[in-house]
Write a protein that binds this ligand. Structure first.
Ligand code: NAP
Length: 271
């Protein structure tokens, strides 16, 4: 039997075990995935321990993603983003970041093209960094709008090395939204338990827009409800969660992940 897992602190809330175990079951693989609470001080020992024990691979979550850069051999993208969420032990200890690919696949699996599109990304935290790099590399024009302007400016400066990016605060949000093809919320606004929060309301959006909220708890956030009112196309955060997990699964096993089974398992758990 091969073991996989997610390291983090806290980690008991993670949906990754249910998602990956559903994938192993669907493919009849003799593998198990578990959550392990690990503090940043113990990350290096935990990674070498998992390597020595023959683990198939690991995910990393808060607060370990940045620290892992100094321990594993990060991919170019993980280094640019500044965080590792997937560790593969096949060739030493390789670090990847699949969050941006998760967002890209959530869009493309819904038939949304990215190249040449104006994307307004709300937020400049860890998830926003991964999404901004991936979508700019894929040829989108990414405007990063954040409550703290300096963070948006710092991220836009980094992303400009790989594609088109600019920074903004929230003062001109309505115009920025009107000019965007795709609006992505990568802030934590609207997340459980503060589910009555949204930065954007229906009067600010238009019906030809795609609105993607990466918050997955609740699945139908207030932002998505507002977007539906405006007649926009909506994508929820579960899709990004599933596709980032699917990318990790591919890296570890080389197999095509059963994305539908993974989505079903996550939605059942969240419900
Ligand atoms: P983070 O690094 O802590 O960043 C949080 C971001 O939210 C910052 O840009 C912050 O702005 C902004 N923010 C927080 N409260 C705000 C408020 N009241 N008004 C305006 N902006 C506010 O967090 P993260 O890791 O990027 O995660 C962000 C969200 O994405 C979380 O809800 C997380 O669960 C979700 N997520 C989903 C997936 C998925 O697969 N679907 C993956 C990763 C994360 P400031 O810079 O001004 O503080």
């Amino acid at each position: 039997m091969k073991l996989f897992g997610v390291l983090g602190d806290p980690v008991s809330h993670s949906l990754s075990p249910v998602m990956h175990n559903a994938a192993f079951k669907a493919l009849g693989m003799d593998c198990e995935y578990h959550a392990f609470r690990v503090s940043p001080e113990n990350l290096e020992k935990a990674l070498y321990g998992a390597y020595a024990l023959g683990f198939g691979g690991l995910n990393l979550t808060i607060p370990l993603k940045e620290k892992a850069l100094d321990i594993v051999q990060p991919s170019e993208l993980a280094r640019q983003i500044g965080a590792v969420n997937t560790v593969d032990f096949e060739h030493g200890m390789a670090g990847h970041n699949t969050d941006g690919m998760g967002a890209k696949m959530a869009l493309s699996s819904a038939g949304i093209k990215i190249t040449g599109k104006n994307i307004l990304l709300l937020g400049a935290g860890g998830a926003a960094r991964a999404i901004a790099f991936q979508l700019a590399k894929d040829g989108a024009r990414v405007t990063i709008a954040n409550r703290t302007l300096e963070r948006a400016e710092a991220l836009a400066k980094d992303v400009k090395k790989v594609g088109k990016a600019q920074a903004s605060g929230y003062e001109n949000l309505k115009n920025l939204i009107q000019d965007s093809d795709i609006l992505i919320n990568s802030t934590s606004v609207g997340m459980y338990p503060k589910i009555s929060g949204t930065i954007v309301t229906s009067d600010m959006m238009h019906k030809d827009q795609v609105v993607f909220d990466i918050v997955y708890n609740p699945q139908n956030t207030l932002l998505l409800k507002e977007a539906k009112k405006a007649g926009a196309t909506t994508i929820d955060g579960v899709m990004m969660l599933v596709f980032q997990g699917a990318e990790s699964f591919k890296i570890w096993t080389g197999r095509t992940p059963p994305v539908d089974e993974m989505e079903k398992a996550v939605r059942e758990k969240l419900a």
